[in-house]
Design a protein around this ligand. Sequence first.
Ligand SMILES: Nc1ncnc2c1ncn2[C@@H]1O[C@H](COP(=O)(O)OP(=O)(O)O)[C@@H](O)[C@H]1O
Ligand SMILES: [Mg+2]
Length: 501
Amino acid sequence: MSKLKLSGVSKAYGATLALRRGDLEVMAGEVHVLMGSNGSGKSTLCKIIAGSVRPDAGRILIDDTPATITGPRSARAQGIGIFYQELSLAAHRSVEENICLAALPVRAGLFVDRVSLKERAARYIALFDGVSGEGFAADALVGNLRPDQRQLVEIMKALASEAPLLIFDEPTSALDRAQVERFFEILGNLKRRGRGIIFISHRMDEIKAIGDRVTIIRDGETITTLNLDETDAATVIRLMVGGAGDMPASQSSVPAAVDIAAESALTVRNLSGAGFRDVSFEVGRGEILGFGGLHGQGQSALLRAIFGAGAITSGEIRIGSERFDASSPRDAIRRGLAYVSGDRSRDGVISGRPIIENVSPIHYLRDRLMIASPSRLRDRVLPALQSMHTKFASLFDPISALSGGNQQKVIIARWLIDRPDVLLLDDPTKGIDLSAKADLFTLIRQLAAEGLGILLYSSEDAELLGNANRILVFNGGSVSRELTGAERTRYNLYQAAYEAA
Ligand SMILES: Nc1ncnc2c1ncn2[C@@H]1O[C@H](COP(=O)(O)OP(=O)(O)O)[C@@H](O)[C@H]1O
Ligand SMILES: [Mg+2]
């Protein structure tokens, strides 16, 4: 029996066509895996089913009946529950409140019925008894939990919907083995009871263990659906990569690094810390060193730690030939490091303040003696902004008036007033439009050509293949493979990231 059928579903975010043609059919009693590279449109497809994104076109059938999903409430009412990849939890609320948030038991109007809330939540918390870890409790605040524990709460929240169709968008990325095993037992039970389950993971072993069929999505398009016991990992990877997957990243598009051996910009030796372990590499002046692999394999944690914003337990960092002990971002900035994150709301934008104040803080930090007059600052800011075709009316406009892409250009310009030596880019193009991406990469390559050493983590493989001179593939916090020269193919990148996982 068909639980859900999507045909020709599409969605564009501005200039980004996230989903061109999504087709998917999920049967009652099956775990249906979605596979596709980073940015291929999997989460967009899930959000359309869950009502948090409205499709531009396409048809949806639920239980063989045409359906219109107008929003998350409407999806819930039609029997759909979802685990969101980016989680949907309230940090200031307890575990039990989060689990039952969508359907808070209400008695006498607005007052939360604490007794029935506790009883309901306890059922889902008990499912993970023994594997949820220290500090996990019904009344613990979600904001105080570890990443794996938050993921468990999001799983419990999805399960508590008791929906006939459940979507899990990368639910296991932070879980340990025991937690995954428990979760799979639960999924197996749900499946036997006739639920339809959509499951996204990049881990081949997990997919083989839990999945019945797999639908492969490439560049926003459904390629095919296969029975998992009639296929193998290599076939699935080939289908995800597509025909041109063996072609090396075009050599002409990636500029040759300046003589790397001659001058090192940054050296990392046997560095371990929170989220990464025993990482060694050297990035030369003029080089763009890419960090690839699945999301959350230590790339961001490492970049933040190098910038002095994360714990390091052993190993060493050198800037040029001098040792650097990464104790604070302030030190890092004084030593010529710059850090730009794609998470602008957390790490970048000073919201509500004018553009000029958003470009100046680093300058004050680096150059404390000089009291910069607004006109001097403007003389240094404008060229940086103009070089990236930043669209704004006045430096005194609030930064929130700009699009995401233009905000990111302002954030990058803030670092260019005083030239850094090393630029740490932590998924810098997340959520920005195509033309802004192109402008940013033109600038990044120009900065490399001028002698900066650049570390680039991107969750979009095409950005790495098109810009990095070398790519380190991360897996479980360590570097599992280095791809140089003609080895930098989509196929090798996928294989290193997915199969080893
Ligand atoms: N809210 C958004 N605004 C702009 N672009 C987005 C947004 N969400 C996703 N995208 C873009 O849509 C494409 C598909 O993203 P997504 O569905 O998250 O892929 P996946 O889950 O397969 O990694 C990507 O290019 C991504 O950058
Ligand atoms: Mg996704």
